[in-house]
Write a protein that binds this ligand. Sequence first.
Ligand code: AMP
Ligand code: MG
Length: 272
Amino acid sequence: MSEPRLRDQLRVEPGTKVRLARFDPSDTHGHTKGASETELADGLVRLAGLQDRLWAEGKHPVLVILQGIDAAGKDGTVHHVMSAFSPQGCPVTDFKVPSSLEMGHDYLWRVHQHAPAKGEIAIFNRSHYEDVLVVRVHDLVPKATWKRRYDQINDWERMLVEEGTTVVKFFLVIDRDEQRRRFQDRFSDPTKRWKFKMGDLAERARWDDYTQAFEDALGRCSTAVAPWYLIPANKNWFRNLAVAEILGDVLEELKPAYPPIDPSVPADLVID
Ligand code: AMP
Ligand code: MG
């Protein structure tokens, strides 16, 4: 029997009601820290090879979405996993508080512009999901407006998939105590302090509201064509390993291949 894949273990099955209280963010699914360094190194080599072929082939757009509460490790995932990719084929977009230009449009406008072209792997660090998360928690739009967005998001993602894009969504889960440790660490470490904002504490105080918003977004927007993967992220090494393995499995399924050789080039060509 083949080994269980994290892709199958961590996927949110469409139609399930997600309860984060029942999810263990420290679970390592039988992986050990000792072996993780080699495992991750192998995973990154695999990703690098897949991306090189995907880019050379120029046929498939891939969209990777990263979400998670503050300090869940979104930036760290970009740094430690997506670094396997050549920057040339891998644009990363951070979605912050919308600018006034962005606010003048519908919420998908700013996002759609950064959707990947054929051969690219576009990374979204936060995404249109903010429009059913922070926007919901802070009542930035009426309830009737954000409630409609789950279906709109599913429709938009389905359109991308039907047009050829592969959509992979990672939700990084840490618990409240781990967030406390990370904030404390950010505050104490002069190289990380810039990341800490007083506003982070106000958001932390709304932990339960965020949890409810996360559960709804995960449950309502994990679809067969664009599933969510729930990543236990208390341990950075496991988070990296899990994202690398799942992304590798997804990319492998696309069977990216170098383009055929130009038939006008003679097989025995010698360049002098
Ligand atoms: P960071 O990821 O720490 O740089 O922070 C970006 C901030 O922008 C977070 O607090 C997000 O919640 C916020 N943000 C992102 N998208 C939106 C949005 N559509 N509406 C309001 N706030 C947003
Ligand atoms: Mg922040």
